[in-house]
Design a protein. Structure first.
Length: 555
């Protein structure tokens, strides 16, 4: 029988003389310094720093018994839940790389990420979220999984590196090692082995691969190291002026930097991170009240406005919330700020490739400064504006492409050398594809997208990804996708289609063709059929396509 470990079992956390800690060390430090303080709270579950470290150690022992070690890629496909975080910290303890998979992906996207990401193990849950059964999706994505004789000795043509699939829920499902068998594996590995591996993790080791849409036909894996995760979270805590023991509410997906960024800020403040599996505004307001939330990271208008507009909402609900982070146009931010008299709202700018924000405003700034720009760059980061065509640096007040350099910038896209070559310039700046300008005080003002990308409810969506799939429809000759304004999601996809001669299709048929084959936020909301395209010398002028939809609304 294993002896229950105390804090001394874990040993010292990485390099106590440097402020930069690995993902796993952030948790272990809390287990040593504030062991009985809550670190994670969900509506029906909570963990202290010590109990979370103990539980993640047990999961790491089981993963180690499966053969997972430093540098291996391990996937997580789950909704927000405590098991997601237990597994993630366990992966980090072993020096392995976490691949948190977008829970909205469909089978086609899942199969690609699992194979492209070189996953050796995959852990999922039997929690059904928004009618999504992850096991059914994985059976569809990975032919042969549902008939595998041993889920810990897989040999799948669709994912040749995948050795094991584990069910972290309460059920037993075909193709997956059940929880009881998985947990029994821990007896083969001593806790000391896990924490010896943890102490060897270097801050520049890859910590996570986030798959994000870009200007390619499928999502790209962004390689982020421990230092990037730490720096963005550390600087977020400073800018948001988080206090020791802060209690932050963040309902955003754990597979997104909108979770990792504030989570590190909370761990650095030895605070408590509060989330939920299914976001529902009424339940969220009750959680905010009962847990005495002091800060929020709602990030996107769809979440913040749902809280403010709920029938049970009142100004007193946010009475303990000192600061909240949201991203929206200045007018929308000001309107929301007026409805939160006791809460100071801040904003920022960032992306997956930088682990989240690289600029952020602060509560101590006046409202006209705090909400009119995205803020000044974080320490150690450089932001310049360059001409899109020539690459020349532009002066304050001039509009161009936002270019970023510094320790928060990702290592590159996984297995994509050509994409990496075009994403960085000769000076080592990452070319974001976003337009902006710097004012005389060095504050960044975001002005939209330069690349052919959409931003749907905070999710990057590559127009070419949707276009590529639409082109597989037997009636479609040419497809072009643009983003059009939306009150709820900021913008949503609209598809313009030229049909093949002699073929017919309807808007409903095209939408149904996409539905179920890609994440719901990528499915076109509008479909228009054209026979001629607005052209420049060589390209379709997509802004004119967008104007077609906007003009329809105005008529």
């Amino acid at each position: 029988m294993d002896k229950r470990p105390d804090a001394s079992t874990f040993g010292p956390y990485q390099d106590s003389y440097t402020p930069v800690l690995s993902w796993g060390d952030l948790l272990v430090r809390g287990a040593v310094e504030v062991p009985e303080r809550d670190v994670f709270v969900f509506p029906d579950t909570r963990r202290t720093y010590l109990s979370m470290t103990e539980r993640s150690t047990e999961v790491a022992r089981s993963l180690r018994a499966m053969g997972v070690g430093p540098g291996d890629h391990v996937g997580i496909l789950m909704p927000n839940c405590i098991e997601f975080l237990e597994v993630w910290f366990a992966i980090s303890f072993l020096g392995a790389v976490c691949v948190p998979i977008n829970a909205r992906f469909k089978a086609r996207e899942l199969g690609y990420v699992i194979e492209n990401g070189d996953l050796v193990a995959l852990l999922t849950s039997d929690i059904v979220e928004q009618h999504t059964d992850y096991v059914d999706l994985l059976h569809e994505a990975l032919p042969g999984l549902s008939t595998a004789s041993d889920p810990l000795d897989l040999h799948l043509e669709a994912a040749p590196r995948l050795r094991g699939a584990v069910m972290m829920g309460d059920s037993s499902r075909v193709g997956f090692c059940d929880r009881a068998r998985f947990e029994a594996l821990a007896s083969r590995v001593e806790p000391a082995e896990v924490h010896e591996l943890r102490r060897r993790v270097a801050i520049r080791d890859t910590a996570v691969i986030f798959y994000t849409s870009g200007t390619t036909s499928m999502p790209k894996g962004c390689l982020l190291d421990h230092e990037t995760l730490f720096r963005v979270g550390y600087n977020t805590g400073l800018r948001m002026e988080l206090q020791n023991g802060c209690r932050m509410f963040d309902p955003l997906p754990l597979f997104h930097t909108a979770a990792t960024q504030p989570m590190v800020a909370v761990l650095e403040a030895r605070g408590t991170y509060i989330s939920m599996t299914h976001f529902e505004a009424g339940a969220a307001l009750e959680l905010i009240r009962s847990e005495r939330v002091t800060s929020m990271f709602t990030a996107f208008p769809i979440i913040a406005q749902a809280l403010l507009n709920h029938e049970s909402s009142s100004p007193s609900d946010l009475g303990d919330v000192a600061v909240t982070f949201n991203v929206a146009p200045p007018d929308a931010l000001i309107a929301m700020q007026e409805r939160m008299p006791s809460t100071v709202q801040v904003t920022g700018f960032g992306m997956t490739e930088t682990g989240g924000s690289v600029v952020l405003t602060s509560p101590s700034e006046p409202v006209e400064t705090r909400l009119a720009s995205e803020g000044a760059h974080f320490p150690g980061m450089e932001i310049v504006i360059k001409d899109v065509e020539s690459g020349k640096r532009l002066a304050a007040g001039e509009r161009g492409e936002i270019c970023i350099r510094g320790p928060q910038v990702f290592k590159g896209y996984f297995k994509a050398p050509e994409k990496n070559a075009e994403s960085f310039d000769a000076e080592g700046f990452f070319l974001t594809g976003d337009l902006g300008m710097l004012d005389d005080e060095g504050r960044l003002h975001y002005l939209g997208r330069a690349k052919d990308m959409l931003k749907v409810g905070g999710e990057n969506v590559a127009a070419i990804e949707i276009e590529s799939f639409l082109s597989t429809h037997p009636a479609v000759s040419i497809a072009q996708v643009v983003g059009v304004p939306d009150d709820r999601y900021v913008e949503v996809p609209a598809a313009f289609i030229e049909l093949k001669p002699g073929h017919t299709a309807t808007e409903e048929e095209i939408i149904a063709f996409c539905d179920g084959e890609m994440a719901r936020f990528k499915v076109p909301r509008y479909v228009r059929f054209v026979s001629e395209w607005p052209m420049s010398a060589t390209k379709v002028q997509k802004f004119k396509l967008r104007d077609v939809i906007v003009a329809e609304w105005a008529s």
